[in-house]
Every structure is written in C-alpha cells, then in structure tokens.
Design a protein around this ligand. Structure first.
Ligand code: G1P
Length: 297
C-alpha cells in the first residue's frame, strides 16, 4: 500500500455546453437527464462508491440549478410525505448532500480544464484528489473510480482512466505515450493533449477520471498554455512522467461521451434498456423501429 486515501473530488462543471443549445440556454448541461437522473448524479454516485467524502464543483455563471439540485427541497419532501410516497422520498435522498460535504467554486473565465481544476487548489490542499468529468458516463459493474482507487493503492503517483480509441479519433483526446504496459495498468512516458492527426504516440486515450497528486496543482500554478491556447490538465500531469509517476488504467466498463449528441443518445438507450421498469416496453419499441427501418430500405 503506497498511497494516501483519496477523499476529495473535483467536478469541473463550468462549461457552457454549447453543443446542446438551445437546451443549455437555461439549464446546465450537467442537469440534462439520462432516463430520469441528471448526468451529474451518475458522477456523484461513482465518486461516493469510491469513498469520496468531499465534493468540489467548479462552476460558472448560470449554474445555480446545480446548487439547488443538491440542496434539500422542504416543500417537495413534505408533499411527498403527506401523500405517503415513501419510494419517491427515498429517490430524493440520493440527491441530498450533507452540509459541508459539497463546495462550489467559480471559474470566472473559461481558460481550460487545467485552470478549472486549479481553481479548487485551496480546498484540495496537500492531498491527492480525484477529478471526474461528468460528460464521460461510464457504465460498469464496479464503478470506474472505485477500480482506479484500488489500482492506485498499489501504484500511488497519478492515475488516469484510459481506453483504446480508433486511431482517427485520437486528436479529440489526451493520449498516453506508453512506457511499460502491464495490462490493466500502463506506465506512461509521455502524454499529449489533442495530438494533431498522425502524430499520436498511441491510441490509448485519457477518459475523464483522474487521481492526482498535489504536485499536479503546483504544476498548474505556472498557467502554461497548451493545445487550443487553453491551460490543459494533461500538460500538468505530463510533467510528472519523468519521475515515473503517471499511470494509465484500462478500466472495465462502457464509456459514453455525453458531451456529444450521438453519445448522449447512445447512453440514453443503454441506460433505458438496463432499467427493469423500462426494459420490456422500450426494448420492444426499439425492436419495432429497427424492423420498420429495415423494411423501408
Ligand atoms: C478532456 C481532456 C482530454 C480527455 C477528455 C476525455 O477533453 O482534456 O484529455 O481525453 O476530456 O473526455 P475535452 O473532451 O473536455 O475536450
């Protein structure tokens, strides 16, 4: 056991969500729902399962719906109590956060993911911390961050979730340069954010789950601009490879890119089909739709 326990997580949720306009004109992207749960709830549940106790949201203007979502809703709760809807009260409980367990920090300018994470530096202090990007929704038997916490207990250092992607897609991701490949764990000898086509060091891409050392925060202090003129988290992590302290973790599970419309729809179908209360009706509908489409071709 090399590593200190990870109890704090940062959720960068300051993005404008322009890919989902007009919906995101008045609701934060993270409140958009997969079936009946907002994207952010999936990330929070995953963090809780991994032992996270302090939740730090890096927000921006127009995200107050997120704060309300995690607060008590006294009128709603008493109405449900009065009408004896205990099952719904139970569901609401998942959204309640203890006072002091959740903090909101504003990123007042969109300077990149690295900058968003850096905004939480004072709350993180001198401890390892997790970062979860709620756009990346990961369906897994054992939640992804929990898998990583277990692997990290052996490696220490810094760990990023990793997944093989098609070579023509590497320019959309942070990409690992593989030093030593140990199967589920990979030691990185480099990391590049959004490599230009044809220059990626591998097709092992970084997915939005990280366990990072406080050293990465210190690296972010330099505010170095990277890909797209933004302050990149990938670059601050990459500075740690020289010490052999950066690991990729090939998680077991299915990742959905809910930052894209197609990915969001795929996740909606997958989560809809995995729900016992919807599976039959929704499955039959999809089946008929496909049959109709085939017949029309
Ligand atoms: C971010 C990170 C990138 C990572 C990706 C995973 O990029 O900067 O390294 O591969 O998330 O989803 P974004 O998708 O925010 O452009």
């Amino acid at each position: 056991m090399k590593a200190k326990k990870v109890t704090k997580a940062i959720f960068p949720v300051a993005g404008l969500g322009t890919r989902f306009l007009p919906a995101t004109k008045s609701i934060p992207k993270e409140i958009m729902t997969l079936v009946d749960r907002p994207l952010i709830q999936y990330a929070i549940d995953e963090a809780r399962a991994a032992g996270i106790k302090e939740f730090i949201f890096v927000t921006s203007r127009g995200k107050s719906a997120l704060e309300d979502y995690f607060d008590n809703a006294p009128e709603l709760e008493s109405a449900l109590k009065k009408s004896g809807k205990d099952d719904l009260l139970e569901i609401l409980k998942e959204t309640n956060m203890d006072s002091g367990a959740i903090a909101y920090i504003r990123q007042n300018r969109p300077l990149g993911l690295g900058h968003a994470v850096w905004c939480a530096r004072r709350l993180v202090g001198n401890e390892p911390f997790a970062v979860l990007l709620p756009d990346d929704v990961i369906a897994a038997e054992k939640p992804c961050l929990q898998q990583m916490v277990e692997a990290y207990a052996e490696t220490g250092g810094n760990m990023v979730a990793a997944m093989e992607v098609a070579p023509e897609r590497t320019s959309s991701y942070g990409v690992l340069d593989i030093g030593e490949d140990m199967g589920s764990i990979v030691k990185a000898k480099g990391m590049v954010e959004k490599p230009a086509k044809g220059t990626a060091p591998s097709n092992l891409a970084v997915i939005g789950r990280y366990i990072l050392s406080p050293k990465v925060m210190t690296n972010l202090n330099r505010m170095k601009q990277g890909a797209g003129g933004e302050i990149q988290l990938t670059d601050a992590i990459a500075e740690e490879v020289a010490d052999g302290n950066v690991f990729g973790y090939r998680f077991r599970g299915q990742r959905y890119d809910c930052g894209s419309k197609a990915g969001f729809l795929q996740a909606t179908v997958a989560f809809g089909l995995s729900r016992p209360d919807l599976r039959d009706e929704f499955g039959a509908y999809l089946h008929d739709m496909i049959a109709l489409q085939k017949a029309a071709q």
